[in-house]
Design a protein. Structure first.
Length: 472
């Protein structure tokens, strides 16, 4: 139904739909903004997810201004051509994968930080600003932008908004949605709409800003964002605790959170992940452990907080607890955690990275279930997790050239998502739905919820041209 609504009309004179599209796009764009070389456009077809199909785009467009984005959407609406918004394509769900004959709208050239206000504690940015670039810029003003996905050195703010990204700091500071105060959005027909505010408070009307956060480019194109900032916290210190079982590590997580502690980070790596990191980077992590728990505090007295958490870890059965002596040692431990997904990919060459979030109280059951699934399908599945908020990343390692192993990988991935729902969780905590999980989104939402979501999509995108085939 969606594809029938967005089928592009043929040029009556030439019969060439693509040629007409390209001419119309170039009428309002600089010469270097429209790419059509097949070797170049092919490089924009996929994000970093496995098992997600992609079509061949008619063109890749790289606008620099809001007006240029509006021009693209007006042409796309008139010719009924699908548009796939893209950032750095570091996503893990196929949400940025192109559809056949679409316009791949890459926003990476819209990369200006327009304003940083220490008084209002906001930053105003374009969607192509890289997360780490923004973080370093606000740091110079004594401010802090907390969301920090593992790909923060390359991922863009627009992409973070599209998928409602999280990161290592979520346990204390929350996810991207909590820092987006207002947006400028180009709608499917080219109109420009502003949502939200730049004030500390504001409740006027429906919260359309939150609606766009996590919508994966299916409702409009974000061209400007007003982001909340926080005062720069003290330098955090990290503690590493080894456990003889994942269950014991999860018990420690529960005790830490039940005790009222507010760590700035609480991360877990299972034995498979620890070994993978050591194999890749020779970091000297303890491979004898079944689970490695990293806890951090950025409070005025982090050493005291770490001592209290160390006691809870030991009471839960930690075999060794080692607090970092300084910021450099702390950063080394965090670097090991950030390398987890890259290291697991090196195990077999290809990975499927799950993103199931469960209540903290069910975290141990989740890890035990993943271990059973790995044994059932005879696969290597490593788990790293934002343990403090129950967000697990079971990562299935497999050889993509082996059809049988690839099939088992996909089956295990689905079984992990089913396990997450059974435990009262959700199929995605921060990676989004995209192509990879749209069947599972329907299961999680139920028929009424799915109907309402589709109705919202219809209001904003009646022709179905914005990122078709994603979400549902």
């Amino acid at each position: 139904m969606i594809m029938s609504r967005i089928e592009a009309p043929r040029d009556e004179a030439t019969g060439n739909t693509t040629g007409n599209l390209l001419d119309r796009l170039r009428d309002g764009l600089p010469a270097d903004a429209v790419l059509t070389d097949p070797d170049v456009t092919a490089s924009y077809a996929n994000d970093m997810a496995s098992f997600c199909p992609a079509g061949v785009p008619a063109a890749v467009v790289l606008p620099r201004t809001v007006e240029q984005v509006q021009h693209v959407m007006r042409v796309a609406t008139e010719l009924r051509v699908p548009v796939v918004p893209q950032g750095a394509r570091t996503g893990l769900s196929g949400g940025a994968n192109t559809s056949e004959g679409c316009i791949a709208l890459s926003l990476t050239r819209m990369d200006r930080i327009l304003e940083i206000s220490p008084v209002d504690r906001i930053a105003v940015v374009e969607p192509g600003v890289v997360n780490a670039v923004l973080s370093r810029a606000v740091d110079e003003h004594g401010l802090y932008y907390p969301p920090d996905p593992s790909s923060w050195e390359t991922c863009t703010i627009g992409g973070n908004i599209g998928t409602a990204s999280g990161g290592l700091c979520c346990v204390k500071y929350g996810v991207t949605a909590e820092y987006v105060l207002g947006l400028d959005v180009v709608l499917a027909d080219g109109r420009l709409m502003s949502t939200g505010r730049r004030t500390a408070k504001g409740v006027a009307g429906y919260d359309l800003t939150r609606l766009f956060v996590g919508s994966e480019g299916s409702l409009g194109i974000v061209v400007r964002a007003v982001l909340a900032l926080r005062p720069k916290p003290p330098q955090q210190l990290v503690l590493a605790a080894e456990f003889a079982s994942a269950a014991a590590a999860c018990d420690a997580v529960c005790e830490i959170m039940a005790g009222g502690h507010v760590p700035s980070l609480l991360e877990l790596m299972d034995r498979t992940t620890v070994k993978a990191v050591n194999d890749l980077a020779r970091m000297g992590l303890p491979e004898t452990t079944e689970a490695l728990l990293l806890a951090a505090f950025d409070t005025p007295d982090p050493a005291a907080d770490l001592a209290a958490v160390a006691a809870l870890c030991e009471a839960a059965g930690a075999t060794q607890v080692v607090p970092a002596d300084d910021a450099a040692e702390s950063e080394l431990l965090l670097q090991a955690r950030r390398m987890s997904l890259v290291a697991l990919e090196a195990v077999k060459g290809t990975t499927m990275i799950d993103d199931v979030c469960v209540p903290r109280s069910r975290l141990g059951e989740m890890l035990e279930g993943v271990e059973r699934i790995a044994e059932k399908y005879r696969l290597t599945i490593g788990v790293c997790a934002h343990a403090g908020d129950g967000n697990t990343h079971p990562t299935v390692c497999f050889d993509a050239l082996d059809p049988d192993e690839s099939a088992r990988a996909r089956e295990s991935f689905d079984e992990i998502m089913a396990l997450g729902l059974e435990l009262g969780g959700t199929i995605t905590g921060e990676h989004g739905v995209g192509v990879l999980k749209k069947e599972w989104l329907a299961r999680e939402l139920g028929p009424v919820g799915l109907e309402m979501q589709r109705a919202v999509k219809q209001v904003f995108d009646p022709l179905g041209i914005l990122n078709p085939g994603k979400l549902f």
